[in-house]
Design a protein around this ligand. Structure first.
Ligand SMILES: Cc1cc2nc3c(=O)[nH]c(=O)nc-3n(C[C@H](O)[C@H](O)[C@H](O)COP(=O)(O)O)c2cc1C
Length: 240
């Protein structure tokens, strides 16, 4: 038995242990991450919300692809994939719902984009601003090779047109679910990642999910502390 087994056991819900707990609404963490307004910002064009390739065919076609052609992808394709991952699909006065489900509607996952070769934008590390469907440039440069090193030397991260790196804002989900939050956070990330894989196929691109990486190195590339916010999953996407 190890700490993974302990986690699974200790985070169980049981009829005798699940006590009703009232939520501290005043302490609810914000749903969206903000950066200083002086950072360069790219407003993405509005996504297609209808049509596209038929779902059953996409499911049949999806395979993990690890070899990419040395060609750029369009900013429109990147924009569409980001929207498929986390874009807002329904909004009312109180809530904004997204393309992928999230436990308790707390949306703890943030999306970063490590751009190697995308038409019209500089290589660099970007953060996807969900409510504005925009990218904020966090640092300019070719970080694909560094990401490949962080991903245990998986070269596809440097040959991909871009990589998505998903982090978890742990407090957002722990506010409600405490230690059980970790289960939900990983499930949330899985939904988002699958949306990215299916969207890539629909756009004629390939992708490969990546769970093997040195956590601290990945955190450093996207500029997060690994405590309040930590990288949990990635995908490499490019032309095939
Ligand atoms: C959670 C998770 C982590 C993964 N991590 C990696 C990885 O680090 N490197 C890699 O090459 N593939 C990775 N994969 C892809 C799997 O190897 C792949 O999904 C599996 O072999 C099945 O093949 P398919 O995706 O083509 O159906 C990962 C997949 C998942 C779901």
């Amino acid at each position: 038995m190890g700490y993974g087994d302990d986690f699974q056991r200790l985070s169980k819900y049981g009829r005798d242990t699940l006590n009703g707990r009232s939520l501290d609404w005043a302490a609810k963490p914000p749903l969206y991450k903000k950066y200083p307004p002086n950072l360069e910002r790219i407003e993405l064009e509005p996504p297609e919300r209808e049509g596209g390739a038929p779902l059953f065919s996409i499911l049949q076609e999806r395979r993990s692809k690890r070899r990419f052609l040395n060609r750029p992808v369009t900013l429109k394709a990147l924009s569409q994939i980001l929207w498929c991952c986390q874009g807002i699909t329904l909004a009312n006065e109180h809530h904004q719902f997204r393309a992928a489900p999230s436990a308790g509607g707390l949306f703890p996952i943030e999306t970063y984009c490590v751009v190697n070769l995308v038409e019209g934008i500089k290589p660099g590390v970007y953060h996807y601003q969900v409510p504005y469907h925009a990218l904020v440039l966090l640092k300019e440069g070719q970080f694909g090779p560094e990401l490949a090193q962080a991903a245990l030397g998986q070269a596809m991260m440097s040959t991909a047109a871009f990589n998505l790196v998903w982090s978890a804002m742990l407090g957002r989900s722990k506010w409600k679910y405490e230690q059980r939050a970790y289960r939900y956070i990983y499930l949330d990330a899985g939904h988002i990642a699958q949306n990215s894989a299916l969207a890539a196929v629909a756009l004629g691109l390939g992708s490969c999910q990546v769970g093997a990486f040195f956590d601290d190195e990945a955190n450093s590339i996207i500029g997060v502390d690994g405590e309040e916010e930590t990288a949990i999953y990635m995908t490499a996407i490019g032309p095939i």
